[in-house]
Design a protein around this ligand. Structure first.
Ligand code: KG4
Ligand code: ZN
Length: 398
């Protein structure tokens, strides 16, 4: 099953995302045609572990695994409830047939197995057409929980399974636009398109010439953009995640002052990025200022750092956009919530490629969520036999 079109009008996809520190499940119904796709978001639940990981200054993989195991079943039940798809309990399920298989699939997730047997085994299968799950890239222990859960559900409910690349999810998140308080519409992309994907683990410039056709033009050689935001926030004395904090601080910066940070790889001919040197420059700046002066100048440092990251990202995106004569510029990933980045991309579009379009997810859907995984499955997913699906922490978009 390749899904650029609905198999039937009203194709319901249940999506699972556990690549990092959000346990997310969404159910979306797709209809219409390839050229006029429609979406109804039936539920979109994100259970964040961010407070837990904040204590450690970043995401702890095994802690994330434990939390996903605890959260998946309650989040699934909530998603089914909200979408009106929660089936009644049935008493005729041949337990003895299903249990050994499910127990084998969830061998390494005993807590999840316990909850599945207690809460899901006797539930009538919901009326969905496919299950999709993020299988990489991400934190291996976290990804495995989602993948194994999806396999167990696919087996239990006899549904097809579509593995999806997390970065494809971020790319497709830009296709979704709010059209009312609770309603969304899908945009029809004009290709070729260039996608700037900026998250905590990745920074990529991707050329796409159609659904599921991706070519990475460039990526970060060291820290990802979101990672740099997180690290500089820590240097300035803030917790994880640092991106929103830097962005907030930068908005307080008033008078221009001579704080200058480098714009790494701004003028290199390739489409790669590097943010580690910028982070180190911020570190030395703060060290030289000392705690008192740093505290006073925090908004200005945050602003200069943010300006540096945004300038490099925008400049390289538009150089690529022009070289490949794209019709659409897409933005995705947690850093896509950054106001300055969103504004500068729109400005650059008007100035440099006014005939093209620029799409970005609403800030609430820029970070990890399962709705974007449903979208990627619908537009670019391929069904795969469950026994051939495994988590791949270093999965590439291609
Ligand atoms: O895509 P995402 O939710 O998770 C990964 O796949 O990594 O991205 C999380 C990253 C974090 O590094 C976070 O600091 C950053 O996105 N982020 C931001 C903002 N909101 C989240 N970075 C800059 N400005 C923001 N407003
Ligand atoms: Zn992400």
């Amino acid at each position: 099953m390749y899904c650029p079109r609905p198999i039937s009008n009203g194709m319901k996809i249940l999506a699972i995302e556990t690549s990092c520190d959000e346990t997310a499940i969404a159910i979306a119904e797709f209809s219409g045609s390839k050229n006029r796709p429609k979406i109804k978001v039936l539920s979109n639940i994100i259970s964040s572990q961010v407070k837990l990981h904040a204590e450690y200054g970043g995401v702890v993989p095994n802690l994330a695994k434990r939390e996903h195991q605890r959260n998946l079943v309650p989040v699934l039940l909530q998603a089914l409830e909200e979408s009106g798809l929660r089936g009644k309990r049935k008493s005729d399920f041949p337990r003895e047939v299903g249990l050994p298989k499910i127990s084998a699939i969830l061998e390494r997730e005993p807590e999840l197995f316990r909850q599945v047997t207690k809460k899901l085994l006797l539930l009538r299968p919901p009326k969905i057409d496919a299950i999709t799950v993020t299988y990489g890239p991400g934190l291996a222990p976290a990804l495995w929980v989602g993948v194994n859960f999806a396999k167990a559900l696919a087996y239990l409910w006899e549904k097809p399974l579509i593995p999806v690349n997390h970065m494809a999810g971020h790319l497709y998140s830009a296709f979704l636009q709010k059209s009312g308080i609770e309603s969304y519409q899908l945009l029809v992309t004009s290709y070729p398109a260039i996608a700037l994907l900026v998250s905590g683990g990745h920074t990529e410039l991707v050329l796409t010439r159609g659904h599921g056709k991706f070519r990475i033009l460039g990526e970060t050689l060291d820290d990802a953009a979101g990672e740099a935001f997180d690290k500089v926030a820590r240097i300035l004395g803030f917790g994880y995640p640092g991106g929103p904090e830097i962005s907030r601080l930068a908005s307080y910066a008033v008078a221009p002052r001579k704080i200058k940070l480098p714009r790494p790889m701004l003028n290199t001919k390739d489409y790669n990025f590097s943010f580690s040197g910028l982070k180190t420059a911020a570190f030395y700046l703060v060290r030289d200022f000392g705690p008192q002066k740093t505290k006073k100048l925090r908004p200005l440092i945050a602003k200069e750092f943010q300006d540096a990251v945004v300038e490099v990202l925008v400049k390289k995106t538009f150089r690529a956009a022009k070289e490949y004569k794209v019709k659409t510029v897409l933005l995705g990933g947690g850093v896509a919530a950054n106001k300055k980045l969103r504004e500068e991309l729109k400005k650059a579009l008007q100035k440099e490629l006014p005939e093209a379009e620029c799409w970005m997810p609403e800030p609430a859907l820029a970070g990890d969520n399962a709705l974007m995984i449903a979208l990627a499955a619908y537009f670019a997913g391929k069904k795969k036999a469950p026994n051939r699906i495994g988590a791949n922490a270093n999965l590439k978009l291609c």
